[in-house]
Design a protein around this ligand. Structure first.
Ligand code: NAD
Length: 475
């Protein structure tokens, strides 16, 4: 069942209760049925990739090849990985028996959490709705998905897709805006997987606390990239140009700002400009590039323009770009130098194609700058100095860290993906996604008759006290 815009509270309760009825049956489904469901999604993706590319192009002119690489392939890869490993992930995990519990055996049983809510953002509107669904299904759950209202074409397609694939009520799409999302959050879900901004993440966590629902929060923030003075500057510039301006800069793990060593800052910004030209045409005709998308809507276009104008008023200089086109929500790749740290652009998550370059004198200064901000979702270090690299890794904290590249770790199915505190809570992808949607139930099997624990039952005689004291000392 699909609820259109502005579903009432009772509509949503009905959807929820119907999907709950399915819960018991679904929880008992075998690994075979979960794999069948995953294969059905895979089959649909392969058969309908043109529909996906068209919907996302209609939403924000995302180049179709970019949709292949960043929306379809990551989901395909998640499904293939889950199909290959699901049996092993779901297998009960035997654990060692501590000496104090001799005679017992124990294992971890991975059981589905139950009815899950997946709330998706607009920036990778397909990937970030269906990617979590893969983990959710792999773990044996049922789900309600709430796509972003900001990308209506993709939201409608997701709705059609789920109706085409799933027998009614195993997975339900509820489309709508903030009001619908708020209503959904009042329902007693067993798990909520939210991807979006830290501010809304707080609202989600507050609402989840009413039902003590567990949450995975995939949030955002300012992800820094350090460019050291020892290293290949062309290599760094090429990778940063790609990672930053992919999806028009609207990527949670895009380098938000650069910290470049003062010895190479001037040379680096010239190389960066050249590399950006190489990827997206030339500075004169970025708006005609077939490889460059648009800002999702006027609200975000205005927000980014405000950040840019304020940065310039505050003293920043434009090294490249800046010439926006309002009718098209077009903002070209824009590189800024001399940006004051106090300017809004260095205080808020940018989430668009504006790239401030901050120069640093000592590595400590760069690390202090990073640590003066909330913990990042991703941190990038470009350079070949092993000591510096290790110092950055050990003196900063972030959800993920990548050396000599950026953004690509999203596609690494064996790495946990996610943030820390302000940038997120919990991890996703591959086995980590499976675990996020599973209850890790510890099961202990004790023998009957005499057990080691009985030696410490009351009454606390002197001999029992001696055993307890031995336990504390040695076991
Ligand atoms: P958002 O937080 O505004 O919206 C995300 C979802 O929450 C949408 O479906 C929206 O309908 C819903 N929502 C919005 N306001 C709500 C409210 N008051 N109550 C309940 N639900 C509400 O985020 P966005 O603008 O869609 O996406 C951009 C943000 O997401 C950025 O901060 C970005 O860094 C982050 N992000 C994180 C990841 C990640 O994997 N960590 C991935 C993509 C985007």
């Amino acid at each position: 069942m699909t609820v259109k815009k502005m579903a009432s509270k009772s509509d949503l309760k009905t959807v929820f209760s119907k999907i709950q009825l399915k819960k018991e049956r679904f929880e008992m489904t075998s690994i075979k049925s979960r794999k069948y469901a995953l294969k059905s999604i895979l089959k649909w993706l392969i058969a309908n990739d043109e529909r996906i590319k068209k919907a996302i192009y209609d939403d924000f002119k995302k180049p179709p090849s970019e949709t292949d690489v960043t929306e379809i392939y990551p989901v395909v890869s998640e499904i293939r990985h889950a199909l290959n490993h699901l049996s092993a992930w779901a297998n009960p995990l035997k654990v060692d028996t501590p000496l104090s519990m001799l005679g017992s055996t124990s294992y971890v049983k991975y059981e589905p959490k139950g009815v899950c809510l997946i709330i998706a953002p607009w920036n990778y509107p397909f990937n970030l709705a269906i990617g979590p669904l893969v983990s959710c299904i792999a773990a044996g759950n049922v789900a309600i998905i709430k796509p972003s209202e900001m990308t209506p074409n993709t939201a409608s397609l997701i709705q059609a897709m789920i109706t085409e694939i799933f027998p009614e009520k195993e997975v339900v799409v509820v489309n709508g805006g903030v009001d619908v999302s708020k209503e959904l959050l009042t329902l007693p879900f067993d798990h909520i997987f939210f991807t979006g901004s830290p501010n809304v993440g707080k609202i989600v966590m507050r609402a989840a606390s009413d039902n003590l629902t567990s949450v995975t929060l995939e949030l955002g923030g300012k992800s820094p990239a350090i460019v050291d003075n020892e290293g290949d500057l062309v290599n760094a510039a090429e990778k940063i140009a790609w990672g930053k301006f992919l999806n028009n800069g609207q990527t949670c793990i895009a380098p938000d700002y650069l910290l470049v060593h003062e010895d190479v800052a001037s040379e680096f910004s010239k190389i960066l400009v050249k590399q950006i030209d190489k990827l997206f045409g030339s500075s004169n005709n970025f708006s005609e590039s077939k490889s460059y998308g648009r800002i999702v809507n006027k609200h975000h276009y205005d927000r980014l323009n405000r950040l840019l104008e304020k940065a310039i008023t505050d003293g920043a200089e434009i090294a490249m770009g800046g010439n926006t086109i309002e009718d098209e929500n077009f903002i070209p790749p824009t590189v800024l130098t001399n940006v004051p740290m106090s300017s809004d652009i260095m205080q808020e998550e940018i989430f668009g194609p504006l790239l401030p370059i901050i120069t640093y004198h000592s590595l400590k200064e760069a690390i202090d700058t990073i640590n003066s901000k909330p913990k990042a979702l991703a941190l990038y270090y470009f350079g070949t100095n092993k000591k510096n690299r290790e110092e950055v890794l050990s003196k900063t904290t972030s959800g993920n860290a990548v050396i000599n590249d950026c953004v690509i770790h999203f596609g690494h199915v064996n790495l946990p993906f996610g943030g820390v505190n302000n940038s997120g809570i919990g991890k996703s992808h591959g086995k980590h996604g499976f675990l996020a949607f599973s209850n890790e139930k510890g099961v202990m099997k004790q023998r009957t008759g005499l057990t080691s624990t009985k030696f410490i039952y009351p009454p606390y005689t002197d001999s029992k006290k001696a055993i307890i004291s031995f336990l504390k000392k040695y076991l």
